[in-house]
Design a protein around this ligand. Structure first.
Ligand SMILES: NC(=O)N[C@@H](CC(=O)O)C(=O)O
Ligand SMILES: [Zn+2]
Ligand SMILES: [Zn+2]
Length: 448
């Protein structure tokens, strides 16, 4: 029998409402005992001294781009799963904007099969329309039966409102959310960053906040009318947050997510290296294509509104929108670069910043990464409870590390954090019998 004793960790579990120091014993991939306030005495166990570390349920990410099938040079299901484990996630929802797009039940099953053996749960999101072209609806029912947990044409909006309305009618019948990439492409046009003072200064074409806000209003209206469940992906605007807040108040079935990059970085990051405490530019030698993302990084006022949305529950979840690209798509002029930030492995340090600045509690942060996204998508998920499968993450909230290409397991090294120091690191993720252990933790490991 394999026995692992995690002793003296701060256990933060929103499922059991526990936030106390204690010991957790794991036997053969299951939680055998949770002991709060006093220590467990067990023999023949490996043990880890977890003083100063936080132990929580492993994270859930409802918005991840794994590039398989079709763009395996950017990420595969296996490499994305490794990055997920390194970031503390054991459940991730895979977006369907692959090549081919996941637009039928056979492909849904293919993704599930491919993820077998990665040790984590990869839950496929199906496309809303065939080939994500916005014209022909998919067979929603067959895809849900095959295992699709939601539908989205993410990467592109569903510009045809009638098509979105139909998808929401199916959402109501089938009980799955429609995750919407809200962008009016007539408004975003050829824009490549947030439309505002910084885009004017840099001379880059802008994407106005209204491109997102107008689509959020439309989707909320369609959800209100149909009774379908709309999930607003990557909310980045103050108007969007306000609209969702109001819609929740009047009973619309809406959930929403925000990404770590949208609640952390402003559009100033496009200009190059910033001093994060002062927002001052350290180098303006070139625009940073790693800060190019859709929706774009917005101005301070929008960033603050997104944080307010997380604080008051308007935004249900933190989701990474992990969008790995290779250097081929990023080492080029800003206007030609692909949109996307690699996010699975830096979500924790950026989320912890909200705790450090006093905006949210540690419990709230863990909820935003676990119980809340799981609830929003109807995913079966659980906490640190005796008898349940071990599904845990152990992290050091104070460990500083530098984000370098080799520090990331994802094939996507495209993050504006490259070369920068962040605080907070996952030391171990456990998913049943699968264990990811970072080198730094091995010094605290004892064999009895
Ligand atoms: N977020 C991005 O900038 N890019 C995503 C698509 C998307 O989420 O819209 C991608 O697939 O690369
Ligand atoms: Zn999107
Ligand atoms: Zn996305």
């Amino acid at each position: 029998m394999s026995r692992l004793l995690l002793s003296g960790a701060r256990i933060v579990c929103p499922y059991t409402s526990i936030d106390s120091t204690g010991d957790v014993l794991i036997e053969d991939g299951r939680v055998a005992a949770v002991c709060i306030g006093k220590s467990l005495d067990v023999d023949q166990a490996e043990s880890v001294d977890c003083k100063g570390l936080v132990l929580s349920p492993a994270f859930v990410d409802v918005h991840v781009h794994l590039r398989e099938p079709g763009e395996e040079h950017k990420e595969t299901i296996a490499s994305g799963a490794s990055a997920a484990l390194a970031g503390g996630f054991t459940t991730i929802c895979a977006m369907p904007n692959t090549n081919p797009a996941i637009d039928n039940s056979r492909l849904v099953r293919w993704v599930i099969d491919r993820a077998n053996g990665t040790g984590i749960r990869v839950l496929p999101i199906g496309a809303i329309t065939i080939a994500r072209q916005g014209k022909v609806p998919v067979d929603y029912e067959a895809m849900v039966k095959a295992g699709a947990v939601a539908f989205s044409d993410d990467g592109s909006p569903v510009m045809n409102s009638r098509m979105m309305r139909l998808a929401l009618l199916y959402s109501r019948t089938l009980g799955v959310p429609i995750s919407s990439h809200c962008e009016d492409t007539e408004l975003s046009a050829k824009g490549c960053m947030h439309d505002g003072a910084v885009s004017a200064r840099l001379g880059l074409p802008g994407i106005p906040a209204s491109a997102e806000e107008a689509m959020i209003y439309r989707d909320l209206s369609l959800a209100a009318e149909t009774g379908g469940h709309i999930h607003i992906a990557h909310v980045s605007t103050s108007g969007g947050v306000e609209a969702i807040r109001h819609a929740k108040k009047i009973g619309v079935r809406v959930t929403a997510e925000a990404t770590p990059h949208h609640f952390t970085f402003t559009d100033e990051w496009v200009a190059g290296w910033r001093d994060s405490s002062t927002d001052r530019c350290l180098s303006i030698s070139a625009y940073d294509t790693n800060a190019k993302v859709n929706p774009p990084l917005r101005s301070r006022e929008h960033v603050e509104a997104v944080i307010d949305g997380l604080v008051d529950g308007t935004i249900d979840a933190i989701a990474t929108d992990h969008a790995p690209h290779s250097v081929l798509e990023k080492d080029c002029p800003f206007e030609e670069a692909a949109f996307g930030i690699s996010g699975l492995e830096t979500a924790l340090p950026l989320s912890l910043e909200l705790v450090r600045t006093g905006r949210i509690s540690m419990m709230k942060m863990v909820s935003l990464l676990t119980i809340s996204p799981a609830k929003a998508f109807g995913i079966d998920h659980w906490g640190i409870e005796e008898g349940r499968d071990a599904n845990l993450v152990l992290f050091d909230p104070n460990l500083k590390w530098t984000v370098t290409p080799s520090a990331l397991l994802s094939k996507g090294k495209n993050t504006p954090l490259i070369g920068r120091q962040v605080m907070g690191r996952v030391l171990m993720t456990i998913s049943g019998n699968k264990r990811y252990v970072r080198e730094e933790l091995k010094a605290k490991w004892k064999q009895h």
